[in-house]
Design a protein around this ligand. Structure first.
Ligand SMILES: [Zn+2]
Length: 419
């Protein structure tokens, strides 16, 4: 949801400089190994994790990358306490270690609206704007937050309702058109359709953004210069020394001073629904990113982003593209993960956490086994695609390699921390 913060120096300077003549930025100090390897110590078990979760004090702009202020008077609701505890208990041990290694986990009480709601008379911002994760490039301290909007109806929703609402929010944000769809689970796995699984998915998404920094951003750079990426760890992961970026038709290259126009040219932060620049990165097979974008009437059209859905039957095209993107021949964890290489890693990380069945899992029955997307076509036919079930039954080898890559990195990091 999800703002990934990639501001590499002072956010204040960035805001000032958008409205004034360019100022030569002050060179940020190069982080030391100690900064890059910094780990917090929030908790050791579910009870201490829940006690450590705090409420953010408004106002706060995470783009500043500063220590988030705490609302000392705020207390968590009983539903929040129960759902956070359930999320921790569902998580594999490696994720519990990574969560407890944050410097703070926060809830954000800012008023927000479900972006798919028909009515929003107060013009409240969508709730996904209040979930984020970042690493301070100078101190190495790492923070995640999730919007308390998740608990607007008491407990958090189960993961099927949450996934339906989230995909709908994404399509609204992309202005992709409309299609009728819903998530459910096959057979008898409904016990996994719980608030705890939803909260675990939210936490894992934001921790995933932090891990992306840990694994790929080796040093910080002054503002307005490319962050210095190092993809070495993503190139040597998994049992086959596999390169993570499977599924992209163009090489996913880290930006550098030598290649400033490569795929990762210093994004400040990655907002929910951000799409990669398709003049630089494309999928290796359709549907492309542009198949899910439709320019709003007030946006100028460009040659690189054609308004694909201005045909008479947008619903059928969107349904076809969704069914194709989630089918067994594709390597994506989700539509969101296919829109940008950073979200590819983050969403793959989430799927790895939710479906983990290894010895590190606290309960062998607790992992997610199915998350089926049902897509209704205008002729009332229903297409059914289930990324989780396909992955767990070895029907998505390309995605399996990606998940194995990130899980092996997580397990290796956990091992080195416990030594
Ligand atoms: Zn995100």
């Amino acid at each position: 949801m999800n703002w990934s913060r990639l501001l590499v120096a002072s956010g204040l300077l960035a805001l000032i400089c958008t409205a004034c003549a360019p100022v030569q930025p002050k060179r940020a100090p190069e982080p030391t190994a100690n900064v890059l390897q910094h780990r917090g110590q929030l908790c050791t078990d579910a009870a201490s994790f829940v006690r450590s979760v705090r409420v953010l004090k408004d106002p706060y702009d995470p783009a500043m990358l500063e220590e988030p202020p705490l609302d000392d008077a705020a207390v968590l609701t009983p539903e929040q306490v129960a759902d956070l505890k359930a999320a921790f208990e569902l998580a594999p041990a490696y994720f519990q270690t990574e969560l407890c290694g944050m410097d703070r986990v926060l809830l954000v009480n800012s008023r927000c609206a479900d972006s798919t709601a028909d009515q929003n008379p107060e013009a409240l911002p969508p709730c996904y704007e209040f979930s984020w994760g970042f690493r301070n490039p100078e101190t190495g301290r790492r923070f995640i937050a999730i919007s308390a909007g998740l608990w607007r109806n008491g407990h958090a929703p189960g993961i099927t309702d949450y996934s339906t609402s989230r995909l709908r929010s994404l399509l609204v944000a992309l202005n992709a058109g409309t299609a009728r769809f819903w998530f459910d689970m096959v057979d008898s796995h409904k016990s996994a359709d719980s608030p705890g699984m939803t909260v675990l998915a939210e936490l894992a998404h934001e921790v995933g953004h932090v891990r992306w920094y840990d694994w790929t951003v080796s040093t910080a750079h002054p503002i307005q210069e490319a962050a210095r990426y190092d993809f070495a760890r993503l190139r040597e992961c998994g049992t086959n020394r596999f390169y993570f970026y499977n599924g992209w038709g163009s090489p996913i290259q880290p930006a550098s001073h030598d290649v400033p126009d490569s795929a990762f040219g210093a994004p400040r932060f990655l907002v929910f629904a951000a799409t990669a620049d398709e003049t630089k990165v494309v999928h290796d097979q359709p549907p492309q990113i542009s198949a899910f974008r439709r320019n709003r009437p007030d946006e100028a059209t460009s040659a690189t982003q054609p308004p694909l859905y201005r045909s008479r039957k947008p619903t059928k095209e969107l349904a076809q593209n969704l069914a194709q993107l989630y089918d067994r021949t594709h390597v994506w964890s989700s539509l969101l993960g296919s829109l940008h290489p950073e979200h590819d890693l983050v969403e793959t990380y989430v799927l790895g956490v939710l479906t983990y069945r290894g010895k590190q899992n606290s309960s062998s029955a607790s992992y997610l086994r199915s998350l089926r997307l049902n897509i209704a076509f205008p002729d009332n036919k229903i297409a059914r695609v289930d990324v989780v079930d396909d992955y767990l039954h070895q029907r998505k080898p390309g995605l399996s390699e990606k998940i194995e890559c990130l899980t092996s990195l997580s397990l290796r990091d956990m091992g080195s921390q416990q030594r």
